[in-house]
Design a binder for this molecule. Structure first.
Ligand SMILES: [Ca+2]
Ligand SMILES: [Ca+2]
Ligand SMILES: [Ca+2]
Length: 963
């Protein structure tokens, strides 16, 4: 799924107005456009101005794997030499597939007509490119607006109607009967082709078109279309960008004269673009479809080989990692980059799931990928928010590593760029916007290397970018990788790395070690987040290392490969047991490491690296060949005076700064109260985010504190069956603050052990009842009451199947107010997917709710407008075509309009004490008989324990009672 952060709505009008006031003396680049789309933060324009004025990406192709690219937008129309910028389009998402039908020549009212059912055209007698052997070889296809009902753009010609249809006539030309087909689009929908111009598959003559009929009263201006036609295929690929994300990324990487303005360019304005559409905007978030990403990658390799042209893939598309670095798409990206390492390159977005650690997405976690984290740029911050940002900092949403050695580096993640006319804003932020800065940079480096006749490959380029990047103060390498990219630095380093003594056959190193937090127990980095446990100095830990060979390496070359590396740690607590490492052939090498626990006592985050420097055959390398990463979390201690709590005062944060606290949540904890305060003096705005032990964000609703609005916020989260472990609490101060803020964080953890009620006994003439027990594991007495309600019914269902789409029927009665479906997929299944989109369809087929999985769990809810059978459709996009069985666990809950309240009684009393460590038997008693539930469902509702003295809720439990 594409991932844009907060979309900033800035219309062009406002943009111009802002620009007018923006020219702030003092920024190094006088161009106002550099604030809108920064090329100077990474030194791209400076590199081009002062060192390599001729380098602009010429000769390099940027492949945008995204929602499509609108080649009609100013900035994406031409190259500096006037040639078309977009050289090729393909659709791997299936969204643009147009079936071809053989046409019948008929005579209708005396007019020759070509027809297939209700698809027809006339006016083909005088086609400017004569057809071969008419009429049998005519085919028809149709662009039908009603197929776009679920897309962001439904009115393709902007005439106010969403049911227009446009016929396409397809035929072989007389001149070249077996060659490319001729396409005539009835662009004005009048079924008459005498007013239309023949075109061909886009890559031949770069012909695109719009559909006529635009009415200026309509907000949405037309899309630019192009067609890919393969004469051997029974269908056409209609290409367009109905998401806007792909065009935006394309402009950042390679825009030339964006908005038609001189000097307003992307990073590599001379680079050509190929648009490989992988996102289907009929699905939620422009979800990918089965095989789309991988087939697009395969296409790039084949095209690059066939044309002997370098291609840089921009992949600002991904979902969350569940088994970091080991998903199918991670492997596919590694395969892609080892296939033709001198011709294909790839930059991908880290993900927008930060600032928690262990939030890197897939394929961002792929070993060989260049993975881009996002920074905000001081000039744009000043322009958008009027905030004087003193330094470049990470966007808080930028995903972080920990269990992966990612991101690779960071780049600006906000820009104004090219967008199709239907979008009213041209500014977006996200790591999606940082990745094309990386793709543009790689295009510059590849062109520079080509001119300098350097032999390079993608592994060298990634190393050059990482080890020349400038670390930003205050961040570890799991936040920012090498740091902020420096184009000049990367070029200087690339020149050193591209020497014969470097091993051109090795594109990277596969590193694996024990990681108990991952479902398969191992991962690409050492990661200790299991209580206070750390392997003792005697136990140590083993890393295994194997080279990733270029697939061009012969068996003999691989066999003969031999390299020696010196191992150097950057800390005195992460210690290699040997000072050097030998790699021979494809054999796995092992490095034993140990930890010095005496230096790992203070709570917090420890990130250590052991670098491997090649000493043979490249004597005395000063740039590491690989890194062994460890992330150790030493959890905070909870305050044992009851209730369990954690408190930090006077946490001072500069604008844009964050602080992490790792708090162990015991397995008995039922609820965590969170309080965040911001001091009035000097005042500001701060936020607390919570991440579970896997790095998944815990959803909070009230987590920002603003000194102008009382300076305090309270929130809480409930643990009801979730895994315990070390949670991460991050306090973040917005970069819009004028000065550092002083905050305090206060957590209270409530604990109860419930053996929940499971069955409802309904005896004639008596209140329905259920019995259960509870244990108070804390040292404090609970004195209070509990209450609940049965407000609906629920069932658990395991939905299994073999096809990409699994469907589950939900029968809704007139009493139902809302239906909530909590969905879960096994991590070992999820890693095969590139997206999983979720939809709820009403009985009439309308989509009434849309969502997607970004991790293994998601919730979709809807308020049914009327009773009937609704359909939950879960569509998986698999990396590889497969008919393997997969399953989704569904918890389907219907909330009814009239709840029945429940009292909780101890020996008939509704207030009671729960003494520490004592088992207490309680009775749940309903005020009334609940409505009979449908077959296969349980009663559902909620149970809450509230302590009277403190008025604090200790537990909120989801009730499920069998009738
Ligand atoms: Ca229309
Ligand atoms: Ca026409
Ligand atoms: Ca994770």
């Amino acid at each position: 799924m594409l991932s844009v952060g907060i979309r900033l709505i800035v219309t062009s009008v406002i943009l111009v107005a802002v620009c007018g006031t923006l020219v702030t003396p003092g920024w190094s680049n006088p161009s106002i456009y550099d604030a809108l789309l920064s090329t100077d933060v990474i030194g791209a324009s400076d590199f081009r101005r002062t060192e390599q004025p001729e380098i602009d990406g010429t000769g390099v192709v940027v492949a945008v794997l995204d929602t499509g690219v609108d080649m009609g937008v100013a900035g994406l129309r031409t190259l500096p030499n006037g040639h078309p910028k977009v050289i090729l389009v393909r659709d791997f998402s299936g969204q643009g597939t147009l079936t071809l039908h053989d046409a019948q020549l008929t005579d209708e009212d005396g007019v020759p007509t070509l027809r297939y059912e209700d698809i027809w055209v006339r006016g083909f007698a005088t086609l400017s490119i004569p057809p071969h052997d008419p009429p049998q070889t005519f085919q028809l296809a149709q662009i039908d607006e009603t197929r776009f009902r679920k897309s962001e753009v439904q009115d393709l010609n902007g005439n106010g109607s969403k049911t227009d249809r446009f016929t396409i006539l397809v035929y072989p030309s007389a001149q070249s009967p077996t060659g490319p087909k001729i396409l005539v689009v009835d662009t004005d929908g009048d079924h008459d082709l005498s007013d239309e111009k023949p075109i061909q598959s886009y890559e031949i003559a770069k012909q695109s078109f719009t559909l006529a009929g635009f009415d200026a009263k309509q907000r949405v201006a037309p899309l630019t279309f192009a067609i890919y036609s393969d004469p051997r295929e029974p269908s056409l690929e209609l290409h367009f960008d109905d998401g806007g994300h792909g065009s935006h990324c394309a402009g950042i990487a390679a825009g030339y004269r964006i908005d038609g303005k001189d000097g307003f360019h992307g990073i590599a304005p001379g680079a050509e673009i190929m648009s490989l559409k992988i996102g289907n905007n009929e699905l939620s978030g422009g979800s990918t479809t089965t095989g789309a990403k991988r087939r697009a990658l395969d296409f790039v390799v084949d095209w690059a080989k066939k044309n002997n042209r370098p291609v840089v893939v921009n992949l600002s598309y991904g979902i969350g990692s569940e088994i970091e670095g080991q998903s199918a798409i991670d492997r596919a990206v590694n395969d892609f980059l080892s296939e033709e390492p001198s011709l294909v390159y790839l930059s991908t977005s880290a993900g927008n799931s930060g600032p928690g650690i262990s939030t890197i997405g897939q394929p961002a976690a792929a070993h060989l990928a260049f993975t881009a984290g996002a920074v905000f740029t001081p000039p744009l911050t000043e322009m958008l928010y009027g905030a004087k940002a003193p330094t470049t900092r990470l966007f808080s949403f930028s995903s972080r590593g920990g269990d992966t050695n990612k991101p690779t580096a960071v780049l600006p993640g906000v820009a104004a760029s090219t967008v199709p006319p239907f979008l009213t804003h041209d500014m977006m932020n996200g790591t999606s916007m940082a990745a094309p800065q990386g793709a543009g940079t790689i295009a510059l480096l590849v062109e520079a290397a080509k001119r300098a006749k350097l032999m390079i490959h993608n592994g060298m380029v990634t190393r050059a970018l990482r080890y020349s990047a400038k670390p930003l103060p205050g961040y570890t390498c799991i936040d920012q990788g090498g740091g902020l990219v420096s184009v000049r630095g990367a070029w200087d380093l690339l020149k050193k790395l591209a020497t014969p003594s470097e091993t051109p056959l090795v594109v990277g190193y596969n590193i694996e070690t024990e990681n108990p937090t991952l479902p398969i127990g191992k991962g690409p980095a050492a990661y200790w987040r299991v209580g206070n446990y750390l392997p003792s100095p005697n136990e140590g830990q083993t890393f295994t290392i194997t080279p990733f060979f270029s697939k061009k390496a012969t068996a003999k070359q691989k066999q003969e490969f031999f390299a020696v590396y010196t191992l150097k740690s950057d800390s005195d607590w992460f210690i290699p047991q040997t000072s050097s490492l030998y790699l021979r052939g494809e054999a796995e090498a092992e490095v034993q490491v140990s930890y010095a626990p005496s230096q790992l006592k203070q709570p917090g985050l420890y990130v250590g690296r052991i670098f491997g420097y090649a000493t043979e055959p490249a004597a005395g390398a000063t740039t590491p060949s690989f890194e062994l990463l460890v992330t150790i979390i030493v959890p905070e201690s909870l305050d044992s005076t009851e209730p369990l709590s954690f408190r930090r005062e006077n946490v001072r944060l500069a604008p844009g700064e964050l602080k992490r606290f790792f708090v162990p949540v015991p397995h008995t904890t039922t609820l965590v109260d969170i309080e965040l305060d911001v001091d009035k003096n000097p005042g500001g705005w701060a936020r607390v985010d919570v991440f579970d032990p896997q790095g998944r964000e815990v959803l909070l609703t009230n987590n920002t504190a603003d000194s102008l609005a009382g300076g305090q916020t309270q929130d809480r989260f409930v643990l009801d069956g979730q895994d315990p472990g070390v949670f991460e609490f991050v306090i973040y101060a917005t970069f819009r603050n004028k000065a550092p803020v002083v905050t305090s964080l206060n957590l209270t953890l409530y604990n109860l052990i419930l053996d929940p009620p499971t069955t409802l006994t309904i005896a004639p003439g008596e209140a329905p009842e259920s019995h259960f027990t509870v244990i108070n594991p804390s040292h404090q007495v609970f004195k209070g009451s509990a209450a609940g309600a049965i407000d609906g019914y629920a069932r658990h269902h395991t939905l299994e199947g073999y096809t990409d789409t699994l469907e589950h029927m939900i029968s809704v009665s007139e009493d139902t107010k809302e239906v909530t479906c909590s969905l879960e997929i096994e991590p070992t299944t999820f890693v095969d997917f590139t997206d999983v989109s979720v939809m709820i369809l009403a009985p009439n087929g309308d989509v009434i709710a849309k969502d997607g999985f970004s991790q293994t769990k998601t919730i979709i809810r809807f308020q049914p407008p009327h009773k009937g059978t609704y359909r939950l459709a879960i569509q998986a996009a698999r990396t590889y075509d497969s008919s393997d069985q997969w399953a989704v666990e569904i918890d389907e809950r219907h909330v009814l309009r009239d709840p029945v309240t429940a009292k909780i009684l101890l020996d008939g009393n509704s207030t009671f004490r729960l003494y520490p460590s004592k088992r207490t038997d309680l009775t749940l008693q309903l005020s009334d008989r609940p409505k009979v539930v449908p077959d296969g469902y349980s009663y559902s509702g909620e149970l809450r324990f509230v302590d009277e003295l403190s008025n604090k809720t200790w537990m909120i439990h989801s009730l499920r009672l069998q009738p």
